[in-house]
Design a binder for this molecule. Sequence first.
Ligand code: GLA
Length: 408
Amino acid sequence: MTAFGQEWPEPARRAITGLQELVGADEGGRARIALAPGRVNLLGGHTDYNDGYVLPVAVDRRVTCAFAERAEGMLEFVSLDFDDRFIIDPRDLPRYREDDGAFERLAGGRENRWRRYAAGVALEMSAAGLPVPAGLGVIAGDVPLGSGLSSSAALEAAVYLALSNDRATPEAALLCQRAENRWAGVPCGIMDQFASFMAEEGRALFLDCRDLSWHNIDLPAGTAVTVVDSGVRRELAASEYVKRRQEIETALTILRKVAGPLPALRDLTPEVFAEVDDLLPEPLRSRVDHVVGAIARVKEGVTSLALGDTVRFGELMVECHQSLACLYEVSIPELDRIVELALTVEGVFGARLTGAGFGGCSVVFHDNECAEALRQTVTDGFEKNFGRRPPIHHLRSAGGAGVWSVER
Ligand code: GLA
């Protein structure tokens, strides 16, 4: 059992074993094994839904969907991590799309959110006119949950590839984003799904979220990415995320009256913003200030990274964190403290919160050599302040999602 010419990663081994146990060895046949990574964003925070730029890296934590297709019958998903399963009728998907009650019964309560992502992908495939097969999909992952590392996007991507046997494409990322927007009720931008599908190993993905053009940039040799988990689950994330999006819409309505056609904040240059910013009441002024600065920082950061200027790149990460904390107000004391502690370690270039904020992880970009010192300093300092030791993950950058067909 190999992928990438190496052993399957741990969640794939679990999903494959789970599938074999459930299907029964005597049935034989082939299975599709889809793997999709989580991500950390090095620069760009809340810029994607403003038509701006982002710079994520896919990481070696993945969700797997091991899928045995059947000629007919039902489509069943089993989650090994949540010890939960549900069944959906692939011939009757429009019914779930049209009848809220039917979808709610299928998706169950809050604790079953994974169902919304998996079922949402099937529903969006059928809405796009793509065939949805019958069969059994067994899902397992090792992307930490609720940590801002995009376990949901990885789940969507794995389910999509397992069901469709398609290649990783920008269209697939858009379909999975629609699944999350419509069926999980999270109005996320395109960054997470795009990174999970299109990232390349050893590289950061520079994405223009307006036209979805992208290119991958080599991470300088000897650099590494570590995430430190605040341990705070992002309870507020969904509601505050929606609130930020509404604030941006309100700000745009005001700005359009004076600044003319303004499709998105991407079109507001720092110079024009400086002329009109006093028209915006707080906190709208601060919100816009963050987005305008964050977009400019990604552009500069891409050049720094390409030139191997890790020092300037790190400074931009820290500026981004400060802006997310003070202007966009999506940080928490734990995330701020991790950043502060990390910056005291020699060999650390920069640190910032990753994902939507309100909990989850801070990401540290550093020289490979200082990994141990970083672990020590952050663990000790964090424990002193908060009385517990934070989980720390040293991550490797990974390639985007893929699907492999194997003999069962
Ligand atoms: C979440 C969303 C993304 C993006 C980030 C903030 O991860 O899913 O689309 O908006 O927050 O940068």
